[in-house]
Design a binder for this molecule. Structure first.
Ligand SMILES: Cc1cc2nc3c(=O)[nH]c(=O)nc-3n(C[C@H](O)[C@H](O)[C@H](O)COP(=O)(O)O)c2cc1C
Length: 146
């Protein structure tokens, strides 16, 4: 049995829906599964177990991938990861977005991976499919050991 810990941001519910798909898989495989939504109201706490962060992409300003593009809505998650030693427990990032944003697709997860020095493990679009959920579940599980 593996214990999987996830912290995630979700403004419109797509990421939450994807996390629920992962929870169903965890149930069927007998893994322990903990997922916590991090938003503006979340109090900072010290993480003590490894976790993977799931972050959708919300960017505004600019037209491409330059520094003028600013993160919106997901900042609370980035700040939470930066708090105390929380970044030490971050194993990787799974991102999402909408491919209509072209070069900006999934850019927040790519930025988090670079900022925190962890892999951007996988990306999916919007709510993701059951197939995406199975694929990504199998990709994150090894980060939590056996
Ligand atoms: C204002 C706004 C800006 C967005 N910017 C991007 C973007 O730059 N790149 C991208 O891939 N998706 C972008 N998206 C799409 C969201 O990342 C996508 O809808 C995601 O599934 C939302 O997740 P959530 O429902 O969990 O909040 C944007 C959506 C909105 C509403």
């Amino acid at each position: 049995m593996t214990t999987i810990n996830i912290l995630y941001a979700s403004t419109e519910g797509n990421t939450k829906s994807f996390i629920e798909k992962l929870a169903v898989i965890a149930e069927s495989t007998g893994d322990e599964f903990h997922a916590r939504l991090i938003g503006d109201e979340t109090e900072y706490a010290n993480e003590e177990q490894p976790y993977v962060a799931f972050v959708p992409t919300y960017l505004t300003g600019g037209t491409g991938i330059g520094p003028e593009v600013k993160e919106i809505f997901t900042n609370a998650l980035g700040e939470y990861i930066s708090f105390g030693n929380n970044a030490d427990y971050l194993k990787g990032v799974v991102g999402s977005g909408n491919r209509n944003f072209n070069v900006q697709f999934n850019l927040t997860a790519i930025r988090y991976g670079n900022k925190f020095g962890v892999p951007m493990i996988a990306a999916y679009e919007l709510r993701g499919s059951k197939f995406d959920a199975e694929k990504i579940y199998n990709k994150i599980k090894p980060y939590f050991g056996e």
